[in-house]
Design a protein around this ligand. Structure first.
Ligand SMILES: [Zn+2]
Length: 517
């Protein structure tokens, strides 16, 4: 299916009854209009008497900076749709790599349209590695085209990997836990062939030359320290320094990653990454659930972005990130969905609410200030996607990326003047309240409808594609199950840690609560 390259024309002005230029920091403006030119906000001026400050349908509309998604894998076909249920990360990953084939353009188009509906103007798209480099090349082109079609900004992260193909350890250490028949089948399906580091780096640079645009920014994507060798990480650090290109990777998502890294890097994983030159303001790391206080300090010092992905951390048993501590220590924290929002629906406003209340701390503990929550989505997550810092506020010179909410629907029972609008958005806001989205000054979503994209049709096509592979998917399930069982035994027995290693004092994996830290 091919959709007409749309997003709407450049808008010249955005009028709403209320404008929250900097949510949580300033109160709303009334009777004002946002002027737009060449993708930027030019000025904010009193709305003329002939214009309708409540919007075309007479609703009480509220303009805010567009939301961001600081970490995602950009898949329209949901994991549950092909039978992959939530599990501990290490068991979930093999199921993910046994996903069905779907059309990469439609798959990306659907999720980007959903992002637009949620008010997301910028998202990190960490692409999932297909079987071959040729497939990767083709799929990245499809994703870039989908972003241009929908009209949102993406950080197009090119996956890079070269170690620990089957578990955090030698292939043989997990294969040894399987029957001889399964060994061959698991190795055949999941043990990819390694591509030389130089070739991987050159490939990303090539993709950058091909796809970088106003809306698309190609980034280096070492999958994570446990999946990318020191040689690969150092080469990425050097290439990023040379070119200024962004880097995005997973870091300390799970308890087992913490244990593996502490055992593999006795001098400290963050110190090692710093020596490689990887820790810089060009880097975003996803999760950071198991970061220690001193590691947070180092990330803050190097201005590295950490994307939280609160729902995903819950759904994959990774834990609850020390978000309050990160923000207190000055880490640039972003909010990401990771394709695993709480209700499996990519609702970025609800994700912000969950992150806020889950990380607020007990009793009179100092909660995360609400302006920091909005900034985590609108400013920092957008920066993770684009590398730019002119997101997250409605002011002259900032990007004209604006979401318009139906504030009337959110506030019908609320007595006017007793509550700041930002408080109510954080308490009640949801995708269903998002009416319009403007990105780079172009209309992407109009009255809740994504321009130029038929979401229902896309959804139907993807379901059909997956359903047509049902027999093969069911056939794979027993093998995946046995591989997952072996992985459970592997990690529970501590086989991912070097012999003789015991967790140090700063490592939180001995925490009896085991989850909240
Ligand atoms: Zn991820």
């Amino acid at each position: 299916m091919e959709f007409r390259k749309l997003p709407g024309p450049q808008v010249e002005r955005i009028s709403a009854a209320r404008i929250l230029c900097s949510p949580g920091r300033e109160s709303s403006l009334r009777g004002q209009t946002i002027g737009v030119s060449s993708g930027l906000i030019t000025n904010i001026f009193p709305t003329g008497s002939g214009e309708m400050p409540t919007g075309p349908s007479g609703r009480d509309l509220l303009a805010i900076p567009a939301l961001g998604n600081g970490h995602d894998h950009g898949r329209g076909a949901k994991f549950l749709s092909f039978g992959l249920k939530d599990d501990a990360l290490e068991a979930w990953v093999p199921g993910f790599y046994a996903r069905p084939d779907v059309d990469p353009y439609n798959n990306a188009l659907l999720i980007m349209a959903r992002f637009a509906q949620a008010g997301i103007g910028s998202a990190v798209h960490f692409h999932t590695m297909p079987r071959t480099l040729e497939d990767l090349e083709r799929e990245l082109a499809a994703v870039a085209r989908a972003a241009e079609t929908v009209g949102i900004r993406i950080g197009l992260v090119v996956p890079m990997r070269d170690r620990n193909r089957l578990c955090y350890g030698d292939d043989d250490s997990i294969l040894g836990l399987l029957s001889p028949d399964d060994r061959e089948a698991v190795a055949g399906r999941w043990a990819y062939s390694r591509i030389p580091v130089k070739e991987q780096v050159a490939f990303v640079r090539d993709m950058g030359a091909r796809h970088d645009s106003e809306l698309v920014q190609v980034q280096f994507g070492p999958l994570g320290v446990q999946w990318a060798s020191d040689e690969l990480l150092a080469a990425v650090a050097a290439a990023s320094q040379e070119t200024g290109r962004g880097v995005h990777m997973h870091l300390l998502e799970s308890k087992y990653q913490r244990e593996w890294m502490d055992s593999a890097y006795p001098d400290g994983i963050l110190a090692s990454l710093d020596r490689m030159g990887l820790l810089s303001s060009r880097l975003t790391v996803a999760h950071g659930v198991w970061l220690t206080p001193s590691e947070m300090d180092l990330l803050a010092e190097r201005d590295v972005v950490v994307s939280l992905n609160t729902s995903s951390n819950l759904r994959l048993g990774s834990g609850i990130a020390p978000a309050r501590e990160m923000i207190r220590r000055g880490v640039a924290v972003a909010i990401g969905l990771d394709g695993l929002a709480l209700d499996d629906d990519d609702d970025a406003l609800r994700e912000m609410r969950l992150a806020h209340i889950l990380h607020r701390g007990p009793g009179f503990a100092e909660p995360i200030p609400i302006e920091a929550m909005f900034a985590a989505s609108m400013r920092v997550a957008a920066r993770a996607a684009t590398g730019a810092r002119d997101h997250g506020a409605l002011a002259p010179g900032m990007k004209a990326d604006v979401a318009v909410l139906d504030y009337g629907a959110m506030s019908a029972d609320v007595v006017e003047g007793l509550l700041d609008e930002a408080v109510l958005i954080l308490a009640r806001g949801s995708t269903r309240h998002v009416r319009s989205l403007i990105v780079a000054g172009r209309q992407v979503l109009e009255d809740g409808r994504v321009l130029g994209v038929d979401i229902d049709m896309l959804q139907r096509e993807l379901v059909q594609q997956i359903a047509s592979q049902k027999a093969a998917l069911r056939l794979k399930q027993p093998l995946i199950g046995r591989y997952q069982d072996a992985l459970r035994r592997f990690y529970r027995s501590g086989l991912h840690m070097r012999e003789g290693f015991s967790p140090g004092p700063e490592c939180m994996c001995g925490d009896p609560a085991g989850f909240v830290h």
